[in-house]
Design a protein around this ligand. Structure first.
Ligand SMILES: [Zn+2]
Length: 358
């Protein structure tokens, strides 16, 4: 089968396909309602609820990025691996569309403009603050006027990069901020509904786990149709050696202040490790490359502008959604096929890693 076909045209179809595929594969399922429209986070799983070893595969924490994760989950469910025999203490849990609003509305953020991967602050952390340079950048990245012709913004983005340097922009913009509710990378003023639902329901599957390997699928930065696995551990943590052995030295990146990856606040992985302290919890953010950083930032900027200051359904707002698709779920058969195949490979490696421990 052509894996590009596993991509759904919209959130509602993706969800229906996941439910149908889970039924065919005889996995169990439960829909967690967001309490908004008909939006749900769907959990589909096989194996016992109190499993000692659990593979978690999640999609759509960043809304629109869920097109790829959903396609990977569907492809796995449709394949023979979905019915492969497993030891009785092993479970596989798929979390479909962690940010269903963003998925349904082609946004990266949720119904409150919150970047969910900046919303999972740990105990004792407060929803306040922003990186020192952020206020300067907000006027550029969040202009308070309806969108204009798109070609006028490119030179300004390049000028900004020339002035501040790409490195310092990368360290400032995506870190997470809690002071500009209509700005980019806003982490919220309180735990999101998604966080509440995970807090309430995840112990059902992970409460007794001793080992969890969790792949959280994303799209965006990086060379087109290739991926990196960002492991939620510091580079000198000996556990990183296992992760590199499981997934390959060249694709795994741990936290390293000297490297290109920036340290974000409120990431899902840190919160999960804290929430389940009795488990060895390896959370990996699988990030598949789409377009270059200027195109991605520009897509985020124009969509954010159209959403807050433009007219819904206008030509400018449709153009902005279109750019979001190109930046986070390219309508390109080659990209889609390659990424689903690689994604399935990652899930396979994660399962093998889990089965390696007796
Ligand atoms: Zn993402």
């Amino acid at each position: 089968m052509d894996h590009a076909l596993a991509f759904s045209p919209d959130y509602a179809t993706a969800r229906q396909r996941i439910r149908t595929a889970a039924e065919h594969a005889r996995w169990e399922q439960q829909a967690l309602a967001l309490g908004l429209d008909d939006l749900t986070i769907d959990v589909v799983w096989r194996g016992p609820k109190n499993a000692k070893r659990v593979l978690v595969v999640s999609s759509g924490l960043h809304g629109i990025e869920g097109y790829l994760g959903s396609a990977i989950q569907q492809t796995f469910l449709a394949g023979h691996m979905a019915e492969q025999e497993l030891p009785e203490d092993v479970a596989i849990v798929f979390l479909h569309a962690l940010n269903p609003y963003g998925f349904a509305h082609l946004r990266r953020v949720n119904e409150d403009n919150v970047d969910l991967n900046r919303n999972f602050l740990g105990k004792g952390e407060s929803f306040t603050g922003s990186p020192p340079m952020y206020a300067d950048l907000d006027s550029f990245f969040n202009p308070k006027s309806p969108p204009r012709a798109p070609w006028t913004t490119f030179p300004r983005a390049l000028w900004l990069i020339a002035r501040h340097g790409l490195g310092s922009l990368k360290e400032t913009l995506p870190v997470g901020q809690y002071e500009f509710p209509k700005g980019l990378f806003f982490g919220g003023h309180a735990p999101s509904k998604t966080q509440e639902l995970l807090d309430e329901h995840l112990p059902t599957w992970l409460g007794d786990a001793e080992q969890v390997v969790h792949i959280d699928f994303h799209t965006g930065l990086g060379p087109r149709a290739t991926y990196k696995l960002f492991v939620n551990r510091e580079a000198n943590d000996p556990a990183v050696d296992d992760v590199k052995r499981w997934f390959g030295n060249d694709v795994v990146e741990a936290w390293d202040p000297a490297a290109t990856s920036y340290t974000i606040r409120g990431g899902l992985g840190t919160w999960l490790a804290e929430r389940f302290p009795d488990a060895r919890y390896d959370e990996l953010t699988a990030e598949f490359g789409t377009r270059n950083v200027v195109q991605i930032v520009e897509a985020l900027r124009s969509e954010n502008r159209a959403h807050h200051w433009g007219k819904p359904g206008s030509a400018a707002s449709r153009a902005a959604s279109n750019r979001m698709m190109q930046a986070f779920a390219p309508i390109d058969g080659g990209w889609r096929r390659d990424c689903v195949e690689q994604g399935i490979g990652i899930v396979r490696q994660a399962l093998a890693a889990l089965l390696e421990t007796p």
